[in-house]
Design a protein around this ligand. Sequence first.
Ligand code: HEM
Length: 548
Amino acid sequence: MVENGYTIALSTGCAYSLFYTVLLASVIRYRLSPSHPLAKYPGPTIMKITKIWAAWIAYGGRTHVYMKALHDKYGPIVRIGPNELSTSEKGFIPQILGSQGMPKGPLWDGRRFAQTDAQKLEDYDSVVDVRDSLLHAQLRKPWNQAFSAEPVKDYELLLMPRIVQILEILKGTCLHHQDGIGRVNMAKWISCFAFDFMGDVAFGGCFELMKEGDKDRCLHNMEAALHLVSITQHVPWVSKVMRNMPLVNRAMARFIKFAVEKALARYNMEMKRKDLFYHMSEASGDPESELPIIVSNALLAIVAGSDTVSFTLSCVLYLLLSNPASYNRLQREVDETFEKCGIPAMDVAESMDSFSPQARYNEVFSSMPYLNAVINEGMRLFPAVPTALQRAPAKGSGGKLLKTESLSIFLPEGNAIVVPPYVIHRDPRYFSPSPDSFIPERWLPSPTPSSSGGNDSSATKFETSRDAFIPFSVGQQNCAGRPLAVIEMRYLLAALTRNFDMEFDREVYNVTQWEDKMEDRFTCHAKGTLPVTMKWRGVAAKSGNVVA
Ligand code: HEM
């Protein structure tokens, strides 16, 4: 009897094993066969067989470097999954991301971890992971409205007090030492600054990381939460299983709880400022919708709005400090502009008495060629979303034909395509010479050299393809917060260079660690440090400049 049962179990086990082995073998055979619709595109065999390899690379955090190496080896179209391509051909960008583009791809099914209770029944978390174009357009409307010209001016007013705060802290660090030289990890301060400012814009000012440190471990929880989804995005079916495993999903659960608490606190505030959710609720035209809008977008606002800006700003500073001639040139432009326009140094004690709280400087900053060239060049070399702009043909469309003058791809429904900014931005066809070097001059209409032996680019003819520059992506699903991000970066860089002379702290700085420790987790995370020595310049006291 027992023997009989054992035999039945054994033969059932064998039958199942055989079935799955045959099934697996046929799947692999099909994926590698010439009849697969993506068969003609080159790529590593392992990636043609399974996306688990991409998940493994993502686990190490070096997808951006890996993708660049793939394109260097295989060319402008690479097969990076059984049903997925990557392209570095700029001619395809409008047809993939742009006005004639496609909906978001399956990557977003694998990133969908963050449902609040209210969203659990839906097939999306917030605007960012919606795959249906019509629904996306509907959810995107309040975001577009909230980042139109007038609301952004309201956010600009929230920015100045945070700029003043970070300058005061840094100045205090300098003056605390007898030699007037402060030693700080600028990456940490920039990160706290960006987080605090996003708290002001979205939640009425609830984060105080610059003042109190990360006592709620919000930066830590955000990073931990985003780590897992950066891996599962490659294998959406795994994420569906994991979503229901509380132990695995712990970090995300903590982060959701944190965001929902902040959202509710913002909703219950008596005195509401004209912040992001004020403008989003206004745009919806329905007072009842305020709470759902805040709750469903809270997490997105924190992640999209703080991490990206702090990463970009830190990278720009890293590049400036690595290229002192560029730092000096930027400082000269900032000094001249501040003095010409009577902009206070923003460092409180000396100039803030005469500083109008209604003053906005973005208009001035937006016309500073070198400041904007530096920001562009930073985002070119280190785009905050380096590899994961993925799109797929719409359901029921049958597929999409992509065509340039020399190339064409037919992408059948069920397949996806990625446009990796990190690869395109370093492609010598679009940015030359020296696509891997920091040369802000390539963005100037008529490049002039940085003095003191920097990038002598006066005689250089630059190829700078603006249509291959996509740090904020393009099209209907591009970055909603771009206008705010740009203003924030301009203000902080101008304020820092106006008030401080900075250098790497050579005693503790290891030149390669910044780039080596960078991790591609959908958005790029800076895991390295930026140890800096800084000296307060005291410009306000010297020039006595005031707001006109
Ligand atoms: C330097 C800073 C930033 C960079 C480089 C950046 C870049 C991006 C990129 C590449 C996307 C993906 C678009 C796509 O899939 O095609 C995106 C989406 C998004 N970003 Fe940003 N971003 C930045 C700052 C911000 C800020 C400050 C906010 C404000 C909250 C924001 C809000 C959003 C939102 C809401 C989306 C989703 C848009 C949608 O799916 O329709 N971003 N961002």
